[in-house]
Design a protein around this ligand. Structure first.
Ligand code: ATP
Ligand code: MG
Length: 678
């Protein structure tokens, strides 16, 4: 792979910084277009020459989207029964993809690779937090999944039954998901960091028959328990407190003592371990439910998002190949997402295995036992594709480049980002420090609801831009529209919508078809509205601007939280920033910023606040200058690493912040309050 990037850099010296007022954003825009980015990195000729996907793919896909996806479905998957129709959209918004087809997800992820002579290829390199490791070849993983499928069936789980999964990031998580898929049971993963109440409400909503869990895991060098939360969730607390769970399978991971409920609880080793390794996968209908996953709850009551089989597998497998330029014979892929999030479903449990890739799976936190752990893992396994979240990258920036600089990261050739907008300066750091200034960065926009990536550059085709997810993937019809649903011209902002059904789209909200229509299909009747604001830049590239609920209205100007945060993060003293609009008597709303300073800037006092206000004024215009900048030790984040602006808005408006239970660290709001009193 090429080391030569000099020819690839177009105008890398230019920075952000024209005043927004000069742009004259149209009145219909949901957002004004403020931040400008002119740096661009074209793929090196060597990378482009060897790329899995070329520019021709866009033309092919746009000519006839359903036909394009039908071709991909047949290329990427092995069907037990071929389908008759690519897409049935006769009853919108309820789509059916690959109608009449039958396919088994586990067969596609496992057995067929073994049948094709790839049984000895490593499927998973597992790295436990304490340093224990294990390796599963495709043949071994297939055998484990067959055993788990037999064990679950022997516990009475049948096709269509729901299985709740409450596991840490260990191979048994992937084995459980694939075993469910194999027998047609519907998995519902609940993130291992969630409370017993969250687990119970999800068990009840899906009426789960089986729970798969572990005694516990390791977190920052210490054992951390999981089983007590399951016991608590299933405890009988009086009349009307019944639940549907008949059995609990428990993986022994950290050896902690656990309470045991005879008849209900079964050790994994005794059930799965003792089961037969013979199991024949049969095809399930393309629209058979594959899983339910509750959204993270950044914006309210969690929704049970339902995904089905054929379309989901097709789009996850396709995007995994195209966006990461996957060469499964040589690449080593590592996605750091927990299996509790959609990224851990689509891009850990399913797509990499369907594509026959070798992947790394890591149980723990990035700073255990030291802040170089991730880079050590990349060096050890020669990881070539890394997929992670902006929050992690900003944390590593804060810790300093000396840490990754100690490791050999030269195996990396593609870097991915997901979960939030990646600020241009974090993007540049990721490329330079982690990617040796040669790797393409693919910023991927998608949601639990979309099931698979929707907007992302293609690393062998697109000249990438720091901070932008850029272009809809082949076969995907994304647009930015104004309040009337009209497509906005380049240079303007609006609502991000999806104009046509896509294979991995959610098929509904579990048990609540009306909520599905209301939530996603009522703002613009014939288009899916994702809740996010975006803009098209002068090249037509798409920039995500944050959730429309977070949009700020300052003296009639609609400003994006993301853009002001990116301007703040582009100042060398700032490690992280969160911006909210707080009620203000004169301007309607005022910009209030919360910033975490980098190590050496922490003691610089009030001078830094003034400097940062001026910096934002210079970068994006006087209208965006924060009225107040509050220096805080930490920011409230969800457990998947997203900033919870709702809680900061409460602080900025002098209210007591509401429910903080979904925070990764519930004490953070107290820390912020204490730091502001000082
Ligand atoms: P909830 O819907 O319960 O509030 P959530 O939206 O955080 O939770 P996810 O489905 O995990 O749950 O996240 C999808 C959202 O994450 C997107 O709608 C978008 O706001 C944000 N997002 C994901 N990837 C990107 C990206 N590459 N750039 C900008 N934003 C992103
Ligand atoms: Mg969402």
């Amino acid at each position: 792979m090429s080391q030569d990037t000099t020819s690839a850099v177009v105008d890398a010296s230019a920075s952000t910084g024209q005043p927004g007022s000069a742009r004259g954003a149209g009145q219909g825009d949901a957002f004004e277009n403020l931040l400008h980015e002119t740096r661009k990195f074209a793929p090196s000729p060597e990378f482009a020459a060897d790329a899995v996907v070329t520019a021709a793919e866009y033309e092919d896909a746009n000519a006839d989207r359903p036909a394009f996806w039908a071709k991909k479905a047949r290329e990427l998957l092995t069907w037990d029964k071929d389908f008759d129709q690519a897409l049935d959209w006769s009853n919108p918004p309820f789509a059916k993809w690959f109608v009449g087809g039958e396919v088994n997800a586990a067969y596609n992820a496992l057995d067929r690779h073994v049948e094709n002579g790839l049984g000895d290829r490593v499927a998973i390199h597992f790295e436990g937090e304490p340093g224990d490791t294990s390796t599963y070849t495709y043949a071994q993983l297939t055998e484990e999944v067959k055993k788990a499928a037999n064990a679950f069936e022997s516990l009475g789980v049948a096709k269509g039954d729901r299985v709740a999964v409450y596991l840490p990031m260990i191979p048994e998580a992937v084995i459980t998901l694939l075993a469910c898929a194999r027998i047609g049971a519907v998995h519902s993963v609940v993130f291992g960091g969630f409370s017993s109440e969250a687990l119970r409400s999800r068990i009840d909503d899906a009426e789960a028959k089986l729970v798969v869990t572990a005694d516990g895991t390791y977190r920052r060098g210490k054992p951390s328990a999981l089983k007590p939360a399951v016991d608590e969730a299933l405890a009988h607390k009086g009349d009307g407190d019944g639940h549907t769970v008949q059995n609990v399978v428990v993986v022994k991971r950290n050896g902690q003592d656990v309470d045991w409920h005879e008849g209900r609880d079964h050790w994994w080793a005794d059930t799965v371990g003792a089961a037969s390794a013979e199991h024949t996968a049969v095809g399930h209908d393309s629209e058979h439910p594959l899983f339910i996953l509750y959204t993270s709850g950044t914006t309210g009551k969690p929704k049970g998002i339902l995904h089905t089989t054929g379309g989901y597998l097709t789009q996850t497998a396709y995007t995994h190949k195209a966006v990461f330029d996957l060469h499964p014979e040589t690449d080593v892929y590592w996605c750091t997402a927990d299996v509790g999030w959609v990224t851990g479903h689509s891009y850990v449990a399913y797509a990499p295995l369907v594509n026959g890739a070798t992947q790394v799976m890591y149980e723990g936190t990035p700073d255990s036992p030291h802040q170089g752990r991730w880079w050590e893992i990349i060096e050890k396994y020669k990881v070539s594709i890394l997929y992670t979240a902006p929050t992690a990258i900003r944390t590593f920036m804060k810790w300093g480049r000396e840490i990754p600089d100690k490791y050999d990261l030269s195996s990396l050739r593609v870097l991915g980002s997901v979960g939030e907008s990646i600020n241009p300066e974090a993007w540049m750091w990721y490329r330079k420090v982690i990617g040796g200034d040669k790797t393409p960065i693919v910023d991927t926009w998608w949601q639990t609801e979309t099931g698979a990536q929707m907007i992302a550059p293609l690393p062998g085709v697109t000249a990438t831009k720091p901070g932008s997810a850029q272009v809809p993937l082949p076969g995907i019809a994304v647009d930015v529209v104004d309040e009337m649903g009209e497509s906005v011209p380049n240079g303007h902002g609006g609502f991000l919508v999806i104009r046509e059904p896509w294979p991995a789209m959610l098929r509904g909200i579990w048990g609540d078809p009306e909520r599905f229509k209301d939530t996603y299909w009522s703002r613009f009747e014939t288009m899916y509205f994702a809740g996010d604001g975006a803009k098209k830049d002068e090249d037509g590239d798409i920039w995500l601007l944050g959730r429309v609920d977070d949009v700020m209205n300052i003296s009639g100007h609609r400003l994006s939280t993301t853009e002001i945060e990116s301007a703040l993060v582009s100042h060398p003293a700032v490690a992280e920033a969160a911006v909210v609009g707080a009620a203000d008597e004169t301007t309607g709303q005022a910009v209030v910023a919360f910033v975490i300073l980098r190590g050496d800037a922490v003691d610089s006092g009030d001078a830094i606040v003034q400097e940062l206000r001026n910096h934002v004024g210079k970068e994006i215009g006087p209208i965006a200058k924060p009225k107040a900048i509050l220096v805080v030790p930490e920011l409230p984040k969800t457990r998947s690493g997203k900033i919870m602006r709702r809680l900061l808005k409460d602080v900025a408006e002098g209210r007591d912040p509401g429910d903080a239970t979904t925070l990764s660290d519930p004490t953070i709001m107290q820390q912020i309050a204490a730091s502001l009193r000082k």
